[in-house]
Ligand binder design. Structure first.
Ligand SMILES: Nc1ncnc2c1ncn2[C@@H]1O[C@H](COP(=O)(O)OP(=O)(O)OP(=O)(O)O)[C@@H](O)[C@H]1O
Ligand SMILES: [Mg+2]
Length: 360
């Protein structure tokens, strides 16, 4: 695991100073960084630098820039804002985004699982609502002439949902999956983990739609509630087969505290046929909001923020050697910097998490 990256301390395009490696995905490395302006002005940002083998792929870079340009126009509190796109002195392309101080939904789930506690379902539903608001804004996007030009995310994964320490929920990486797709990057180029968040229609070569993203969110919610992978397999083909079959084990086989309605909402989102899913993100928001109105459990940003901080502490406790190596980073409050570059996968054959709550 790379705690300190050789490029830390380096300044890209004379303006963005890399501070720590925050994570690495299938197409890029993400750094916690800061913009350096006049009179010592600094601002935290995330720098996402495209991996060298993709930088050499002209078609991918062209599509990436095009998608990033469209997405940078999308301004919504639940969407990670894109600030800039540039090239460093070595020719590597990078995106500059808003920095979200906190952790990914995957790490939040991992922290709960590691501590042997269930993820609180009202918060999972509340996170779902925030992600749906981000998706809704993109699905309802209109160009300047007023014409409907939706953007579909197509990569709604627990890694792309960021939870801030203040309780904000932000969806990252809009449009990037489409760039991969339009550059005709084939299955071997796409990391296996990504395949498990595809929808059945995409595995059949169908078009993306609002329902594709709703399906992706359905997978994320199912996995966040169970601590397991929904669609898995020994290789890419097996994963694709699992997605295509869209068989969803009932949630009450994993925990008994979930209201029936929540199970129904997730089942609707995960219907094999797009027409059987929610017709829009708004409809799904309504269903989840109605459900939350029935529970006394608070789901405010303050409550979520507390669980984010608690999860950071839990992860730090479970990764003590990483903590020692990164004392300097911790002083900067950059807990994101101490997590492994590739989060450990959720084993598909893990034993059930002990139930700590009774059926409501
Ligand atoms: N804007 C951001 N603010 C804070 N942390 C971020 C930000 N963007 C990404 N990260 C962190 O960096 C990690 C790596 O992100 P990256 O997008 O490169 O990989 P990924 O989401 O796992 O896969 P993919 O390449 O499909 O997007 C994320 O899991 C997240 O924890
Ligand atoms: Mg990502």
């Amino acid at each position: 695991m790379k705690m300190t990256h050789p490029d830390c301390g380096r300044r890209l395009a004379g303006k963005y100073e890399l501070l720590a490696l925050a994570g690495e995905g299938g197409m890029a490395e993400v750094f916690r960084a800061q913009t350096c302006g006049a009179a010592g002005f600094t601002r935290p940002v995330a720098v996402k630098r495209i991996l060298p083998h993709l930088t050499d792929n002209d078609e991918f870079v062209r599509m990436f820039v095009e998608e990033a340009r469209v997405v940078s126009e999308l301004s919504h509190p639940n969407v990670v804002q894109i600030h800039d796109f540039d090239q460093d002195e070595d020719g590597a392309y990078f995106l500059v985004m808003e920095w979200v101080e906190g952790l990914s939904l995957l790490d939040w789930s991992e922290a709960h699982r590691g501590a042997g506690v269930l993820t609180p379902w009202p918060l999972v539903a509340a996170i779902g609502i925030e992600v749906l608001k981000a998706l809704g804004a993109a699905h309802e996007r209109r160009s300047q002439d007023g014409a409907h030009h939706p953007i579909y995310h197509r990569d709604v994964t627990p890694q792309n949902i960021l939870l801030g320490v203040g309780g904000v929920v932000k969806l990252a990486d809009f449009g990037l999956a489409r760039a991969m797709d339009r550059a005709r990057m084939t299955a071997p180029d796409v990391v296996k983990g990504k395949l498990s968040y595809l929808s059945p229609e995409l595995t059949r070569g169908g078009e993306a739609s609002a329902q594709t993203d709703i399906f992706g969110l359905g997978i994320v919610l199912w996995e966040t509630l169970t601590g397991r992978k929904l669609f898995d397999g020994s290789g890419p083909l097996q994963v694709l087969e699992a997605v295509k079959a869209a068989e969803v084990p009932p949630l009450d086989g994993f925990r008994l505290d979930l209201p029936r309605t929540l199970e129904d909402v997730i089942k609707t989102a995960l219907a094999a046929e797009p027409e059987q899913r929610y017709a829009s993100t708004r409809k799904m928001v309504r269903a989840l909001s109605n459900l939350l109105r029935m529970t006394p459990e608070p789901t405010s940003a303050e409550v979520l923020g507390k669980t984010v901080k608690r999860s950071q502490e839990r992860l730090a406790e479970s990764r003590p050697s990483e903590m020692r190596e990164s004392t300097q980073m911790l002083e900067l409050g950059a807990l994101e910097a101490v997590k492994p570059a590739t989060p450990p996968p959720i084993p598909s054959d893990a034993t059930a998490i002990p139930l700590t709550q009774k059926k409501s």
